[in-house]
Design a protein around this ligand. Sequence first.
Ligand code: ADP
Ligand code: MN
Ligand code: MN
Ligand code: MN
Length: 338
Amino acid sequence: MAKYKLEYIWLDGYTPVPNLRSKTTIKEFDSFPKLGDLPMWGFDGSSTKQAEGRSSDCMLKPVACFPDTTRKNGVLVMCEVMMPDGTTPHPSNTRATILDDPDAWFGFEQEYFLFQDGKPLGFPSDGFPNPQGEYYTGVGFKNVGDIARQIVEEHLDLCLDAGINHEGINAEVAKGQWEFQIFGKGSRTAADQVWMARYLLIRLCEKYCVDVEFHCKPIRGDWNGSGMHTNFSTKYLREVGGKEYFEKLMAQFQKNMDEHIAVYGPDNHLRLTGLHETQAIDKFTYGLADRGSSIRVPHSFVNAGYKGYLEDRRPNSQGDPYQIASRILKTISEVPTP
Ligand code: ADP
Ligand code: MN
Ligand code: MN
Ligand code: MN
């Protein structure tokens, strides 16, 4: 038997953007615990905007677990928040709204800024650095600064060691802006991993006195905002698809435009302006390889006879991947397949 440090992680009740919360419990196991070995736990919901003071208990239901290589015998336990009965999802539990579909695949491209003293890492103490141009996928101190790459590399290793399915990382268009991509099969897999990767990044940055800024437009002016492009496919889209089905699907996305925007992250009007490779927030368009449209249709999709995956470019960096996946699958479910 060994003592394991179980870090239970959940989303609190703050709106419009929940915070990550976590606390540790020590439990003994013969070997690294499996999800089914992990007990439910509770917390004081009155301190997280999830309950009134009088009856403040909320429950934590483990839904995914990952090794934590920063701690001896460390386990990261992603949880859903449940009501005191342990079976009813709490109203803040957006994960519970996702349709169950093991054949739904998602790829999230998470952009974010690293911030220090209220500005992106690498910005001078007053004024601005050189305009955008050489920062995207850039190399060199003048482009990426000193500690940013160290943070990004350390984060990548933490995630890979945890079994998170990162597909890549890159320096982004604005100074101090970065991206990682996570892909997962199953309607909740990639979303769980995005939240876990966010947790690991925020926690890692503590020791560098750096904050992670997920807001979609942290610097006004001619500086890119941050998105979370959401690539998605279902078994039907991958294996059957077809132009007629695709057009019906896009009509349904058009019809639900407002419902999608409502869960694609706050302040998105600051980012979806029609500039900087975005479509305006009040328009829905799709286009072949068009990075100025709401949904980009990859060449591969059309070449395969309207089969494969699509990229919704509207979700922003602060969006909740649970709500984004939930809404996309709901809209898809509204279009009958023959
Ligand atoms: P961009 O040019 O917008 O950065 P990429 O081609 O780099 O786009 O990324 C596309 C993403 O699409 C990949 O990172 C992957 O996660 C995701 N993806 C690829 N195939 C599928 C699929 N069949 N279903 C869902 N997502 C997919
Ligand atoms: Mn990308
Ligand atoms: Mn990007
Ligand atoms: Mn993209």
